[in-house]
Design a protein around this ligand. Structure first.
Ligand code: FES
Ligand SMILES: [Fe+2]
Length: 326
């Protein structure tokens, strides 16, 4: 399995005429629009190191705000002011960049990365919303946080689960299929929390997936198809800082979907804020302690599976099952 992927770095609507700086795996990139598409190049001018993203776009090139050198989307210097016949051996690093699913994706190698895998959906008319956030966490910890049902009883008490009333006996089946973590939940026709009660039609089952480089897909299926899909993309700014995008998709249901989105998005914002707060606290403690290995409890079956997927191990892992009253 290749280690080359597409990584979302920005919401497409945040990229207009002005270049935008993004952090990606410890490097600063200047992202900008050209007439041919999207460009992403090293955000440091080789001349005197000014940030190119502070400049403007001129005829398909970005112009350095310091002395006006220009670089095109492939990173080649196309112009040095007052010196005709710019030396074309001056260049900066460039990434491939594309706009898809409301996001800007980048990769080191577009050919090796293949197609951009977007959020799943069936053929119902849909409503989509995107939220963007920053997390202080590793990819493994953030992915586990999204997939883990137990923290919902504490961190999101009342919103996702733990809202009083009867609990459900939920069976959780996890395994790895084709390098992808697949998690099936059954026995939870409706989660015992505000979010599900307000917004969900009756659920038949839920499937969650995790695949590289850092994508979690939460799919809630009802009798007539998908009730809701939340796709979370985590892009590494560095080891412990992530840029997160949550793409939420629901059926339009003749307009009712818009109303549901209007309720769902603010609730999701609260949920995300709760997760970001506890993860930032935990990551800071873990970092200060010299990054010790996590203690694993009897119900922590996901963490080793997440690690395997992140490491790109291709062998299937037989399903493991736990039952929880939540
Ligand atoms: S620093 Fe960019 S042109 Fe001089
Ligand atoms: Fe959470």
């Amino acid at each position: 399995m290749t280690n080359v992927h597409w990584h979302p770095v920005l919401r497409a609507k945040k990229l207009r005429k002005k270049p935008v700086q993004v952090m990606f795996e410890g490097e600063k990139l200047a992202v900008f629009r050209t007439k041919d598409g999207i460009a992403a190049i090293q955000d440091r001018c080789p001349h005197r190191s000014a940030s190119l993203s502070g400049g403007r776009v001129v005829g398909g090139s970005i112009e350095c705000p310091y002395h006006g050198w220009r670089f095109d989307g492939t990173g080649i210097c196309t112009h040095i002011p007052l010196a005709e016949g710019a030396p074309s051996n001056r260049r900066v690093r460039a990434w491939s960049a594309r706009e898809a699913h409301g996001l800007i994706f980048i990769t080191h190698d577009a050919q090796a990365a293949g197609d951009i895998r977007g959020p799943v959906w069936d053929d119902q008319p849909k409503v989509s919303r995107i939220l963007q956030s920053h997390a202080h966490a590793t990819v493994a910890d953030a992915v586990e946080n999204v997939l883990d049902p137990i923290h919902t009883l504490f961190v999101h008490k009342g919103i996702i689960r733990g809202g009083g009333g009867p609990t459900n006996r939920v069976t959780l089946i996890a395994g790895i299929e084709s390098g992808e973590l697949v998690l099936r939940y059954s026995g939870e026709e409706q989660s015992n929390g505000l979010l599900s009660r307000l917004l969900e039609r009756q659920r038949s089952y839920a499937i969650s997936r995790f695949y590289r480089p850092g994508v979690v897909s939460l799919e809630y299926w009802g009798k007539n198809g998908l009730n809701l899909v939340t796709t979370l993309y985590f892009t590494r700014e560095d080891d412990t800082h992530l840029r997160g995008f949550a793409v939420m998709t629901g059926p339009r249901q003749g307009g009712l979907g818009w109303l549901k989105a209007a309720l769902f998005v603010p609730l999701m914002r609260i949920v995300i804020k709760q997760d970001l707060k506890i993860m930032a606290d935990a990551t800071a403690n873990w970092d200060a302690a010299g990054r010790p290995p996590h203690a694993q409890g009897p119900l922590d079956l996901l963490y080793p599976l997440i690690q395997r997927v992140l490491d790109g191990e291709t062998g299937d892992v037989a399903v493991q099952e736990i039952t929880l009253d939540i």
